[in-house]
Design a protein. Structure first.
Length: 75
């Protein structure tokens, strides 16, 4: 009887660990969606150094997204 209880408890512990693992990966996939991207070209003097790409979360912080997009269009 004790071995059946050990097997059952072991099974439940493993099942709980698997459930927690998949619950965390499912949560990590969700989150704010990037609605817009802005690009900033970086130079030092006349030498181009590269480009910075920023993802903007337009549904989470719409006013910040608008300001950043307008700034990128002006410059």
């Amino acid at each position: 009887m004790a071995s059946v209880q050990r097997i059952l408890i072991s099974f439940l512990v493993v099942l709980t660990a698997v459930f927690l693992f998949f619950a965390q990966t499912g949560e990590a996939q969700r989150g704010p969606k990037i609605t817009h991207k802005v690009y900033f070209d970086i130079t030092h003097g006349d030498e181009p150094l590269g480009q910075i790409v920023l993802g903007l979360y337009g549904k989470t912080v719409p006013s910040t997204c608008i300001v950043c997009r307008e700034y990128q269009m002006v410059n």
